[in-house]
Structures are given as structure tokens and as C-alpha cells.
Design a protein around this ligand. Structure first.
Ligand SMILES: [Zn+2]
Length: 278
């Protein structure tokens, strides 16, 4: 189980960070809801946190870590990886990781790019994580999404990525197939859209489920904002019924965080995906 800890306005694809300080903050109350559900159902989870959020709300980060949840990085300024140079990506990850480590006094060992934006064209950017001793990447979505995705990536579940002689562990978000097409059932807007019975069936039929949520997924009164129509539909669709499905899911299976999953996975049996950067 994972949560991408970000504000409602981080749903917008084109980051206008200059406006963020002037927008209503809803992250504390929305995160409280998630923490309550996780505590009630004894859910272990990793919170991938945006560096900008951590600097603004260090007490929230401390509260999450203090409650025993695992902390990973969700970039510093929530920009898509494929929109940056490799150097820019490295600087963004470094700043995020140092911000988080200063607050939690503990090594950050996992990372997820905004919008699952480690695509085929920038897969070699993960070298930065290898250099920073981040053990697990969780940035790959093995299907097409609205803005991103890596539809050619094998649906192995946890695997090693091997690129240019170095390796990193990948714990990707899980997908399923319908009429031959891959789709996400396990989190975000896809989870909000699908009916509860179908979500339940997908989760129960698989031996690998990797969920991801955002605090805004459960916020029915998000402010209006002049974003693109696609972004506004994406952030609001299915929100009204999301809490009920989320609580059903939390009680359905035993969830754990990325670090615990890393220990539970038999990595000696994990496939190695060898990639030749283009
Ligand atoms: Zn995000």
C-alpha cells in the first residue's frame, strides 16, 4: 500500500509552483482520514512525499513517520521526469531526499516519480537513485496512462532493472487485463472509477497487488481551479464513492509498506529486466 503525499493542486500536469502558496491547503485533514483508516485496519503503508510538502508541513511528515509508516520520496517539485534533463532530475531527487532525511532522521530508501513518469525514454534516469543508495523504485506503471506509463514493460511485478551494468529493484504498480488491454485497478482515479465489486474481484484474483492513493482521492469538496478539462475531470471523478471502496479494500487484505515488502520478496527468484537505453 502506498500514498503519494501531495496537495489537490498537484493533480495538475503542468506544475505552476509559483501559485501553490496562494491555494487552499487541504492536505492535513485529507491525510488524517487516510491515517485513521490505516490505523483502524492495521494497514502498513509507504508515504511517498513531495519535498515541497515536507518543507511546508514538516510536522505532518513527523506525524506520519512517528505513527510507524515508511517514508519515500515523491520528487521535490512534482515535475514529470521526462520533462527534465537527467541533471535536473538528479537535482530534484537529491533535494527531496535531503529534505525528508533531515526531518525524519532516517535514510530514504524508495522513490516514486510524479505521474509514474519514468517512461521508456528516460529509464536511465534511475541511475540517480542507484547513486543515492535508494534501494527501490516504484515509478513504473506497466500500462498507458493519460499522461505517461510504460506499456511495453513486462507485467512481472517486483523485478530487477538492469541498465548499463547497474541494477535497481523495481516494485511497480499492479495492473490487470481486460479484452487484451492492460489497465490499472489498484489506485488513484482508476480505483475511483471502477465499481467496488470489480475492484474486489481484481484484488482477490491476484497474488501481487500494489495500490497507490492520494489524499485528494477522498476529498469531495476540492476547490475549483482553472486547470485543463482533463485534469479537472481526473481529480474529481468518482471521489464521492471513494471512501467506501477504500475502507472495503483496507479490510479486505493485509497490506504492508515498501520496506517490508522488500524484505518479504524472494529477490533470488525475481526476474531481471535488462534495458538498453536508447
Ligand atoms: Zn504525485
Amino acid at each position: 500500500m502506498t500514498v503519494d503525499l501531495e496537495e489537490w493542486f498537484h493533480a495538475f500536469y503542468e506544475a505552476d509552483s509559483g501559485a501553490w502558496d496562494n491555494l487552499e491547503s487541504r492536505i492535513n485533514r485529507n491525510t488524517d482520514y487516510i491515517l485513521d483508516v490505516f490505523t483502524k485496519h492495521d494497514v502498513g503503508a509507504t508515504f511517498f512525499i513531495v519535498g515541497w510538502i515536507a518543507r511546508k508541513y514538516p510536522e505532518l511528515v513527523k506525524r506520519i513517520a512517528g505513527a510507524g509508516f515508511d517514508i519515500g520520496s515523491h520528487s521535490d517539485m512534482h515535475k514529470v521526469a521526462f520533462g527534465m534533463s537527467k541533471q535536473g532530475f538528479m537535482e530534484d531527487v537529491k533535494r527531496s531526499v535531503s529534505t525528508l532525511e533531515e526531518i525524519i532522521c532516517c535514510k530514504v530508501k524508495s522513490y516514486r516519480a510524479p505521474f509514474f513518469s519514468i517512461t521508456e525514454s528516460v529509464i536511465q534516469y534511475l541511475e540517480t537513485l542507484h547513486q543515492l543508495q535508494i534501494e527501490v523504485d516504484s515509478s513504473i506503471c506497466p500500462c498507458k496512462t493519460v499522461y505517461s506509463g510504460y506499456p511495453n514493460f513486462p507485467e512481472y511485478g517486483p523485478c530487477f532493472l538492469e541498465i548499463d551494468g547497474w541494477q535497481i529493484k523495481e516494485i511497480p504498480v499492479s495492473t490487470t487485463r481486460f479484452l487484451g488491454q492492460r489497465f490499472i485497478y489498484s489506485g488513484g482515479g482508476y480505483f475511483r472509477l471502477l465499481p467496488g465489486w470489480l475492484i474486489k474481484r481484481c484484488f482477490q484474483s491476484k497474488n501481487y497487488n500494489h495500490s497507490y492513493f492520494h489524499p485528494r482521492d477522498f476529498d469531495v469538496v476540492q476547490p475549483d481551479y482553472h486547470a485543463s478539462l482533463v485534469d479537472n475531470i481526473k481529480r474529481k471523478i468518482g471521489v464521492s464513492g471513494a471512501r467506501q471502496k477504500f475502507e472495503m479494500l483496507a479490510s479486505l487484505l493485509q497490506f504492508t509498506d515498501i520496506q517490508s515488502a522488500n524484505k518479504l520478496i524472494d529477490w533470488s527468484e525475481a526476474p531481471v529486466v535488462k534495458i538498453s537505453p536508447k
